[in-house]
Design a protein around this ligand. Structure first.
Ligand code: NAD
Length: 285
């Protein structure tokens, strides 16, 4: 475990919050998991138990390890209890909501508590601009699904101290991930590069040069784990679109980042991918 960090708070118990909580607990950290919606927090705890049980069934961990890991994750409905060494915020992609959370968290924690956001596309500098002590603030960008994806981008605004970055590097090594340091520029590194994976594929489908299944098949056969359309369905078409929109706006509407109408229409129709049962593909059950 990190020498500076013993206890972690994960704020937001959705897709990313659950995964990040599992990663931290597996590495031995005590984790407080908070969500504004108590019902969603209960669901998240059941989903975490199920995930750990499925790892036991697959023979990846022992049932004793699953129980120990599970017991390290404490659901919490009271914001004032989030007194920890490291906060990882993973709530909806909304600047005002995130800023409000960090303003509150600062009230309940000393100035050495490190605060991080898992934002995909909001400038980290802008989120941290409301803080009294921004030197301890940075982006910690995990990828989906967090327990499986090795890479984490540590995003550094100008105001972040060297000590904060060093502690985060050590923490990321301790949770068994690989970090890359990124400056706070739109989309950081991975999401900026990945826009073209999605947008060019959407353009090919829009022009009817090939259908989406063919594009997925071809890209998988050339070495990608998932095709762009399968991946959009996994991430959530709405989440993926909002990242594109945000990068497009940050680059002053540069045509190369323009959102695609096929994706916009699917989002408007509520076809958001796996989570809604239908996106580019259909998901039974
Ligand atoms: P999600 O919609 O699955 O979960 C968000 C959770 O935040 C919900 O449970 C919601 O109740 C909770 N929440 C909302 N307001 C809150 C508040 N004020 N206090 C506490 N909890 C609150 O979202 P997600 O996909 O897990 O994304 C979370 C963050 O991670 C976003 O910033 C997103 O851009 C980023 N991200 C997402 C992915 C992805 O593939 N989904 C990948 C990397 C990063």
């Amino acid at each position: 475990m990190s020498t500076m960090i013993k206890k972690v708070a994960v704020v937001g118990s959705g897709t990313m919050g659950q995964g990040i909580a599992q990663v931290c607990a597996t590495a031995g950290y005590e984790v407080v998991l908070y969500d504004i919606q108590p019902g969603l927090l209960t669901n998240a705890i059941s989903a975490l138990r199920k995930n750990l049980d499925s790892l036991v069934q697959k023979g990846k961990i022992t049932s004793q390890d699953a129980t120990i890991t599970f017991n390290r994750i404490i659901p919490e409905n009271d914001f004032r209890q989030l007194q920890v060494d490291l906060v990882i915020e993973a709530v909806n992609e909304n600047l005002e909501v995130k800023q409000k959370i960090f303003g509150e968290i600062e009230r309940w924690n000393g100035k050495d508590c490190i605060l991080t956001t898992n934002t995909s596309s909001i400038p980290v500098t802008r989120i941290g601009s409301v803080l009294k002590h921004p030197h301890r603030f940075a982006g910690l960008h995990f990828f989906n699904p967090a327990p499986l994806m090795k890479l984490v981008e540590i995003v550094r605004p100008g105001f972040t101290s060297d000590a904060t970055i060093e502690t985060l590097k050590e923490f990321i090594r301790q949770v068994g991930k690989v970090f890359v340091l990124a400056q706070d520029s739109p989309g950081f590194i991975v999401n900026r590069v990945a826009r073209h994976f999605y947008l060019e594929s959407l353009k090919i489908a829009e022009e009817k040069a090939a259908d989406f299944k063919t594009i997925d098949t071809l890209l998988k056969s050339s070495g990608f784990r998932m095709g762009p359309f399968e991946l959009m369905d996994l991430i959530g078409l709405d989440v993926n679109l909002s990242v594109t929109q945000s990068i497009y706006d940050s680059f002053h509407q540069a045509p190369r980042f323009r959102p695609n109408p096929i994706q916009q229409q699917k989002v408007e129709a509520g076809h958001l991918g796996r989570k809604s049962g239908r996106g580019f593909y259909e998901y039974g059950g």
